[in-house]
Every structure is written in structure tokens, then in C-alpha cells.
Design a protein around this ligand. Structure first.
Ligand code: NAD
Length: 377
């Protein structure tokens, strides 16, 4: 007989669901604040309750930092864009102008360590290729900064351990860029995993893919780990938060049709994750097929998100009708939540342990795909 799985402290709960839904919503928070503090909200350097907004420095000014994180940091209420770390001098000039950054808050990869003396910067957000996360996260922790590390946390478990050890030694907080833990539709899926409004969860389907032309670090195993680490991590995450469990076994298979474009990395992997309750997650990640969905089949009904993992436009429906939930800026909520963790000395809901767990699962997926065997965790 299966015993119910114990729920690690960072797994979703109703309390955390409610907590995160109220984050980043000044409209919800402000009415309860003393009127003397209301003026603070208009001051861009102050939090809604009048404290100093925490300064974030982005490391790596590529597509995600430029297109999502920097714009989100214009909407955050508990932190702000205070600095940058880049290997490209022309980007430094452009960003300084666009975001009105102080000269002293702009670093190169070589001068990065000097950030230790900068009291404007509290959080370093690592947004470089996956294989470099550990190097920069460890350097940030050693410089005495709190760290947000993009997904996947790293490409090896050893690197995850290095990051966690460095943050622990520096007594600094660490969180992973799992933005969907701050998105209302995905939060509803997490809530339903606990509340079981549709009965016991039987089957999860998690698919994520796009057509990648190649020619970037994402096709270099050393820098990327592989497409599974880029996209499959969303399916691993979804399988875990849609069931509220962690997998005990994996069976995976790789499919390849374009041997030139995918000479160094995988093209498509399908895999099954088995959970202690008997639920299964059927997953697919591909760099050569478009896919973006999460479906949960339970004893008394079903619910699904499609798209499920996008930055915007996530839509959900259930066997009882559509999900009527708001669209939010996921990255702004994610960063504000971490800033509040630091300001209030509370625990993040997306900690290093969770990032490490997912890397371990992805390595088991690779192993099963390579050996053709069921791998137990
Ligand atoms: P990108 O290629 O657009 O940017 C990468 C950045 O890293 C560039 O500024 C580049 O100059 C810099 N870099 C530093 N050293 C490098 C090296 N040796 N080789 C190549 N580039 C180097 O990539 P991106 O899409 O911004 O992704 C960056 C990180 O963010 C990745 O870890 C990725 O998984 C993550 N990401 C997360 C999300 C999300 O939704 N959470 C979305 C996109 C990317």
C-alpha cells in the first residue's frame, strides 16, 4: 500500500498560495498601511511600508534580462534595478542610459567582486548560460549578496551543492527563478494538488517545446546542459507541483530526426515520472516541436493550462468550466517575493533545495534515455 508522501516545507500549501497571490499587489496592501506611509509608495526608492527598496544587480544582459527582468524591475514594489554585471562594454553604456544607473553600479565580469563594497546592491540575479550559474552564484554569495539563480539551478548536482554551500557560508538567501510559483493559474494547480477538489490525481501531462534553430550556447552541452535542462525543467516542475509529490522513478526515451541541427544535444525527450501515490506524469520536451500545456486528470474531473508556462496569456479550464484568474507580471512578483523574504527574514518558496531536486530528476531522465532502463530516485 502506498503511504501518503510527506510534503517538504517548500512545497505548495494553501497558506503560501494566498500569500503569493497578495504579493506585488500594492492595491491590496496599501489600504491596510498607516496613512503616513502611503506617500512612501510614490517614492520609487521606498517599499509600500516605507523601507528602502532592495537593489538588484542583473548578471548577464541577454534576452531574458533585457526582455523580461529589467522591465519587471520597473514594476516591482519591494526591489529595484540598481546595477548590472556584463562582459560587453557597449551594453553597459546602453543600460546605464536606459535605466539611469549610477556609474559605480556597473561591473564587468572581471570587476564583479567589487560589488561586495556596494551598499546599493542587495541581490545579485544570475542570468547567464546554465553552465555558468554556479560560478557567478558562488561569486555573488562570497561578495555578501543574496542570490537569485535562473533555472536550471545548474547542470550538475555538485554545482547546486556549491551554490547552496556558498550562500549558507555567507548567511545569504538563495532562490531559483521559478516564476510560475507566482502565477495565479499555476498556483491554482498547486492548490488543487493539496485541496483535491477533483479527487485524487491520477495522471499529469506536461509538454513544453519550441523550434530552435541552433547556433547559440543552448546547443552547447557544456554551457546549456541540454534542452531538457532549458525546457524539460518546466515539465519536471509541473509534474511535482501538480501532484504535490516527488517522483520515485523515471522512464525516458529520446527521439531524433535532425542529426545535423541536434548533433551535440537532444532534440526531443519523452518521459514518465512515477509518484508515490501511484499518479504518473507523462512529459515531453522538444527543441523541434511547439508545445506548451499542463493537464491534470483526477478521479472526478480534469483541469488544464494552455499555454501553461508562457510569460503572458496563461489560460486555464476545468471540467467544471473556465478558470477565471488574473494575468500578472510573474517576474515582478517573483522578485518582490524574494525581496520580502529578505526584508522580513522569511523563507523563499523556491529555494535551492528545489532547484537541486529538479537537476537530480533531469539527470535521471538523461540516464534513463541513455540506458533505456527505468531509473529509480
Ligand atoms: P541569452 O543567450 O539571451 O543571454 C545570455 C547572456 O549571458 C548574454 O548576455 C551573454 O553575453 C552572457 N554570457 C556570459 N558568458 C557567456 C558565454 N560564455 N557564452 C554565452 N553567453 C554568455 O540567454 P537568456 O535567454 O537570457 O538565458 C539566460 C539564462 O536565463 C539561462 O539560464 C536561461 O535558462 C534563463 N532563462 C530563464 C527564463 C525563465 O522564464 N525563467 C527565460 C529565459 C531564460
Amino acid at each position: 500500500m502506498n503511504t501518503p508522501p510527506s510534503i517538504p516545507s517548500w512545497q505548495p500549501s494553501r497558506r503560501r498560495f494566498v500569500q503569493t497571490l497578495t504579493l506585488g499587489t500594492g492595491a491590496l496592501l496599501l489600504p491596510s498601511l498607516p496613512s503616513a506611509l502611503l506617500g512612501a509608495a510614490a517614492d520609487k526608492t521606498k517599499t509600500p511600508d516605507g523601507r528602502r527598496k532592495l537593489g538588484v544587480a542583473l548578471v548577464g544582459l541577454g534576452g531574458y534580462a533585457r526582455g523580461q527582468l529589467a522591465p519587471a524591475l520597473q514594476e516591482t514594489e519591494w526591489c529595484r534595478l540598481a546595477g548590472i554585471v556584463t562582459g560587453t562594454p557597449s551594453k553597459a553604456e546602453e543600460w546605464k542610459r536606459r535605466y539611469d544607473l549610477a556609474e559605480g553600479n556597473v561591473y564587468s565580469y572581471d570587476t564583479f567582486e567589487r560589488i561586495a563594497d556596494n551598499t546599493d546592491i542587495d541581490i545579485v540575479y544570475v542570468v547567464v548560460p546554465n553552465g555558468l550559474h554556479a560560478e557567478f552564484a558562488v561569486r555573488a554569495a562570497k561578495a555578501g549578496k543574496h542570490v537569485i539563480c535562473e533555472k536550471p539551478m545548474a547542470t550538475t548536482v555538485e554545482d547546486c551543492d556549491r551554490i547552496m554551500a556558498a550562500c549558507k557560508a555567507a548567511k545569504k538567501k538563495l532562490s531559483i527563478g521559478y516564476r510560475l510559483h507566482f502565477e495565479p493559474h499555476n498556483l491554482e494547480v498547486m492548490r488543487l494538488a493539496q485541496a483535491k477538489d477533483f479527487g485524487a490525481i491520477k495522471r499529469v501531462e506536461a509538454h513544453d517545446g519550441y523550434v530552435s534553430g541552433g547556433g547559440t550556447w543552448r546547443h552547447d552541452p557544456k554551457l546549456a546542459g541540454g534542452p531538457l535542462m532549458d525546457l524539460g525543467v518546466y515539465c519536471v516542475q509541473a509534474g511535482c507541483y501538480a501532484t504535490g509529490e516527488e517522483p520515485i522513478a523515471i522512464t525516458a526515451r529520446e527521439e531524433k530526426t535532425d542529426f545535423e541541427r541536434f548533433a551535440k544535444v537532444e532534440e526531443t525527450i519523452t518521459w514518465t515520472m512515477e509518484f508515490p501515490s501511484g499518479a504518473k506524469a507523462e512529459c515531453l520536451m522538444s527543441y523541434n516541436k511547439n508545445a506548451n500545456k499542463l493537464r491534470v486528470e483526477a478521479e472526478n474531473g480534469w483541469y488544464e493550462l494552455s499555454p501553461a508556462y508562457a510569460y503572458r496569456g496563461i489560460a486555464g479550464r476545468t471540467s467544471k468550466g473556465p478558470m477565471d484568474l488574473p494575468q500578472v507580471n510573474q517576474q515582478a512578483r517573483q522578485m518582490d517575493a524574494f525581496a520580502r523574504n529578505i526584508l522580513d527574514d522569511t523563507e523563499t518558496i523556491v529555494p535551492g533545495d528545489m532547484g537541486r531536486r529538479d537537476v537530480k530528476i533531469m539527470l535521471a531522465i538523461y540516464e534513463s534515455a541513455r540506458t533505456g532502463k527505468r531509473v529509480t530516485l
